[in-house]
Design a protein. Structure first.
Length: 312
């Protein structure tokens, strides 16, 4: 989901809000931080750095600042807000530099720039990366422990299946392993939500995000996915293997969305019945659907089926 232009122009009003809602739900699922913080910091930064036509935009920004500053100021409080500010700052800078570019290249560039800065700071400080890794891993495990307790409550104190507990533990360990990729994906989704809110509030335009069927990105990024897989297989150490797994997860998720975009394009868009069938499919066979979407997205890198169809 992306918009076509970052510049001005006449306001466009339609039904753009479902795309923003879908992206926010995606950020909630993927984020190891609080998604409202990611969206709030991005929105306030956009209001501060980009043109604003409606004064009510500043009222919402002031309320958002109060929301962002809430909470106990522990280490993770500073880390997640610092990351969100880095991503948002890069996005605004890239928007000012290339105002006519599409949303997704700027968002990807913002996440990449923030990742480089964070990596430089984390690896340059004495044990800073280890502290960050430990803090985030603790939050992930605490979240899954809460989920287990919730399941126990629904079972009225009954004993959970050892298989279920082991599966949840494996999922928690896997998510802790690839939390940088998850944070990057959640940040992309949060930027999309903030961009839609900014366009709606500042310019009265709720069409800042294009439909899913138009989602695409630079084909050369396939080498990042291939390189990630190669590092996972032949990586020379734990650090390289983990870097490869994060690159593969990040790009794999983008290619799965690209595959879904291809299916949506040839399916003629969305319908509520189709959305219901897709939701049921994810409940029953999520790995199969995700793998299929990933393969379609990768194939679209070389086949470019949508462009051929439009040309025909």
């Amino acid at each position: 989901m992306e918009e076509s232009r970052a510049g001005g122009g006449p306001a466009r009003i339609g039904r753009g809000w479902p795309r923003a809602v879908a992206l926010f739900m995606l950020a909630m699922v993927l984020s190891v931080a609080h998604p409202t913080i990611l969206v709030g910091v991005a929105y306030v930064t956009m209001v501060a750095g980009l043109p604003v036509r409606q004064w009510s935009t500043y009222t919402l920004a002031a309320l958002t600042v109060m929301l962002v500053l809430m909470g106990e100021r522990e280490a993770l409080w500073w880390m997640e807000r610092g990351w969100a500010l880095l991503v948002a700052g890069w996005f605004v800078a890239l928007t000012l530099r290339w105002p006519d570019s599409r949303f997704l290249p700027r968002a990807l560039g913002a996440v990449a720039g923030a990742a480089v800065v964070t990596l430089a700071i984390a690896t340059g400080g004495d044990g800073l990366w280890e502290v960050l890794d430990w803090q985030v891993t603790g939050r992930v495990r605490a979240g899954f422990a809460t989920a287990l307790e919730t399941i126990r409550l629904f079972q009225q104190g009954g004993t959970l299946s050892p298989t279920l507990v082991a599966s949840i533990d494996r999922i928690a360990e896997a998510q802790a392993e690839v939390f940088p990729a998850m944070a990057g994906l959640a940040s992309l989704a949060a930027l999309g939500v903030a961009w839609w809110i900014y366009g709606r509030m500042a310019h009265g335009d709720d069409q800042g995000l294009q439909p899913l069927r138009l989602f695409r990105f630079n084909d050369q990024l396939v080498w990042l996915f291939i390189g990630g897989l190669a590092l996972m297989v032949v990586g020379g150490g734990e650090g390289l293997r983990r870097a490869g797994s994060n690159a593969a997860v990040f790009m794999g998720a983008l290619y799965a969305v690209r595959g879904a975009a291809v299916v949506s394009f040839f399916g003629g868009g969305r319908s509520w019945f189709g959305i219901l069938l897709l939701a049921l499919g994810f409940l029953l066979a999520a790995p199969v659907l995700l793998t299929g979407a990933l393969m379609i997205g990768l194939g679209d890198t070389w086949l470019d089926l949508r462009t051929r169809r439009m040309a025909a």
